[in-house]
Design a protein around this ligand. Structure first.
Ligand SMILES: *[C@@H]1O[C@H](CO)[C@@H](O)[C@H](O)[C@H]1NC(C)=O
Ligand SMILES: *[C@@H]1O[C@H](CO)[C@@H](O)[C@H](O)[C@H]1NC(C)=O
Ligand SMILES: *[C@@H]1O[C@H](CO)[C@@H](O)[C@H](O)[C@H]1NC(C)=O
Ligand SMILES: *[C@@H]1O[C@H](CO)[C@@H](O)[C@H](O)[C@H]1NC(C)=O
Ligand SMILES: *[C@@H]1O[C@H](CO)[C@@H](O)[C@H](O)[C@H]1NC(C)=O
Length: 406
């Protein structure tokens, strides 16, 4: 009976490849800039901050590019990646400006929305740039509140693909980082209370019971993506959860966080393997992201979960709801899920014996049989044989890492 699921997997892979090609056909900022070596630093940081993917998915966009010298004075400020992302996103206009349009601004000046504004990271109107056509053919770029200071000016056009994307060099950073820093250091997000408010009470309780909460909290400011299984999913998983040791419980919880901010679009654009908070050098604890256009799935070696909604999106934190507990291959045995006839039967027998022998109270496993348990727990018997020497070492390591974070 392995055919339906493997057929589905192949079909799925095909669909995701297909959708990936259609998404990327418009333009590729990384590629466009690669022919301009004097913009290599700027190009590099567009990738590091994940702005490149956001730029690629948009149409009608203008990128104000900084050459390596201008980037070097920006980098001298030693900004966090989040702040740097904010600064650079203030240099991406969500409108098309070619050289011609720049010099024909009605009334001599205009306010234009930037990607910083568009992503909602900006408080008030600080996400707008003021473009002013100065006398003598000079065009200047400045934040909205600029006290008449307009130091960053248009230098030359690098790429113009009307009306999809244009890349214009400007002489220096158009905004001082104060505008961009505000939201990054804004009232720090309290993950626990957000989870409680968003119907993730049981997940939040487990985070705090295992001590994983501290690691999650420590990662919020630098960017954090959280996958929260709903309360009913957690409830039906509890019998299996209770079988884990403390360090395994901690690893399992850390597995539900990615130490970067990944919007839905970024997940779709970056199909592939992502690391989690449980990842370290020795143990992978990774998740494979796959989308079929609309639906994003998270695959572990044991389960495939679906993202069913976004509970909270406030850069640098995003919390998604998922329909299953993400069970890492490092903790749970994938073999138990695959309906491999011969081996599985023998294993199942062995396990049943073991169960009868040493757990007289297994009958009181509470909500395991409720209706919503089926989806989450179709692979329920995975936990019985998850511990061998190798995974034990792995677990010990991941616990150490977890503790380092705390
Ligand atoms: C964009 O171009 C770069 C450099 O040419 C390449 O490495 C990258 O894979 C491209 N990205 C996409 C999404 O096609
Ligand atoms: C842009 O800034 C200049 C200089 O401070 C100012 O005179 C102009 O009114 C501003 N334009 C807009 C549309 O706000
Ligand atoms: C702009 O994008 C559209 C759709 O992707 C494409 O058909 C068109 O050729 C592009 N225009 C230019 C100038 O590249
Ligand atoms: C988050 O809020 C909870 C109450 O909702 C509080 O107990 C906790 O101390 C707060 N944590 C931080 C880091 O402020
Ligand atoms: C928990 O472990 C016991 C003993 O190994 C086993 O009998 C039981 O089936 C396990 N429960 C789950 C839900 O895996």
């Amino acid at each position: 009976m392995p055919t339906p699921s493997s057929t589905a997997a192949v079909l799925f892979l095909f669909l995701s490849l297909f959708s990936a090609t259609t998404i990327t056909s418009a333009h590729n900022i990384t590629h466009l800039l690669s022919t301009h070596p004097q913009f290599s630093t700027f190009n590099h940081y567009l990738t590091v901050t994940h702005l490149a993917a956001e730029i690629n998915r948009r149409q009608t966009i203008t990128v104000l590019a900084l050459d390596n010298a201008a980037m070097s004075s920006l980098l001298d400020r030693h900004l966090s990646v989040t702040t740097l992302r904010n600064v650079l996103s203030l240099h991406v206009l969500v409108d098309y400006f070619g050289t011609k349009k720049l010099h024909q601004i009605t009334g001599g000046s205009t306010l234009t929305s930037t990607m910083f504004q568009a992503t909602g990271a900006a408080p008030g109107t600080s996400g707008y740039l003021n473009i002013t056509d100065l006398k003598g053919g000079k065009v200047a770029f400045a934040p909205e509140e600029n006290d008449g200071k307009m130091d960053a000016v248009f230098v030359k056009s690098l790429v113009e693909m009307p009306y999809n994307i244009s890349v214009l060099q400007i002489s220096q950073v158009a905004v001082n980082s104060a505008e961009a820093e505000a939201p990054a250091s804004a009232p720090s997000l309290n993950l626990t209370s957000i989870l409680h408010k968003q119907g993730c009470t049981k997940f939040a309780d487990l985070l705090s019971a295992t001590g994983a909460e501290a690691t999650f909290e420590a990662n919020v400011d630098g960017g954090l993506t959280v996958f929260c299984p709903s309360d009913t999913v957690i409830t039906s998983f509890m019998p299996k959860y209770k079988n884990l040791t403390d360090s395994e419980k901690l690893s399992l919880m850390l597995y539900h966080g990615i130490p970067v901010f990944m919007s839905m679009q970024m997940l779709k654009d970056n199909n592939g393997v992502v690391n989690t908070l449980a990842t370290d050098g020795a143990s992978k604890f990774d998740i494979t992201v796959q989308d079929d256009g609309e639906i994003v799935k998270l695959k572990t070696k044991v389960v495939t979960a679906t993202i069913t909604g976004t509970l909270k999106e406030q850069d640098p934190l995003i919390v998604y709801k998922v329909d299953k507990v993400l069970q890492p291959g490092e903790l749970f045995d994938a073999d138990d899920v695959a309906p491999a006839p011969k081996g599985a039967k023998t294993k199942a027998k062995g396990k049943k014996k073991a169960a009868e022998a040493d757990s007289p109270d297994s009958a009181d496993a509470p909500e395991g049989d409720s209706d919503d348990a089926t989806a989450a727990d179709e692979d329920q018997n995975g936990v019985g044989k998850m511990l061998n020497g190798g995974s034990l070492a792995t677990l010990a390591l991941s616990l150490c890492i977890g503790l380092m974070f705390i």
